[in-house]
Write a protein that binds this ligand. Structure first.
Ligand code: HEM
Length: 137
């Protein structure tokens, strides 16, 4: 949740500062894996997006492996995975279509849906961890 929140904050900054097309290529910026100063903020947005994607998918896998996880956490973590994959694909389209206003608005909208699912997953996870463990006799 913290990583995702930071990512959304950074996205808002990129948008408001008009930096959305400073790195015009996808997935890498023109100077390759290590970015120059010119592309740094966009590059960080993509790196944090990739990290968020890995964390969200790992959370879903954990919810399916954990025997104490109920259907609700499996559902919210699966929806979060669908949204994170859609969001990363959409990020590429936002660049390809030169920040088309509708796509940027959808990028924000899916970001909010993703955040909601990650928040619910976190709340459900705390509930599981607080549930009393049944004694095995
Ligand atoms: C989990 C993945 C992602 C999340 C949650 C996310 C979230 C956001 C948010 C909240 C904004 C601000 C939108 C606004 O203020 O209207 C934004 C902007 C932006 N994002 Fe992402 N993003 C993600 C992945 C990506 C990826 C992978 C790319 C590109 C490869 C990308 C490219 C952009 C660009 C270019 C902007 C600025 C748009 C503009 O200038 O108006 N995003 N992002």
């Amino acid at each position: 949740m913290i990583v995702l929140y930071a990512l959304m904050f950074l996205g808002g900054y990129i948008s408001a500062a008009g930096l959305g097309l400073t790195c015009p290529e996808w997935p890498l910026c023109p100077d390759g894996i290590m970015p120059g100063e010119d592309y740094l903020i966009e590059w960080i947005h993509r790196l944090v997006a990739a990290t968020t994607g890995a964390l969200v998918i790992a959370t879903m896998v954990a919810s399916f492996i954990n025997k104490r996880a109920d259907a609700k956490i499996k559902l919210t973590s699966s929806l979060a995975t669908v949204f994170v994959i859609t969001q990363i694909t959409l990020g590429a389209l936002v660049i390809d279509l030169k920040l088309h206003a509708v796509l940027v608005a959808i990028h924000l909208g899916i970001g909010i849906l993703l955040f909601s699912m990650v928040l619910l997953t976190t709340l459900f996870a705390f509930r599981i961890s607080k549930a009393p463990i049944e004694a095995k006799v």
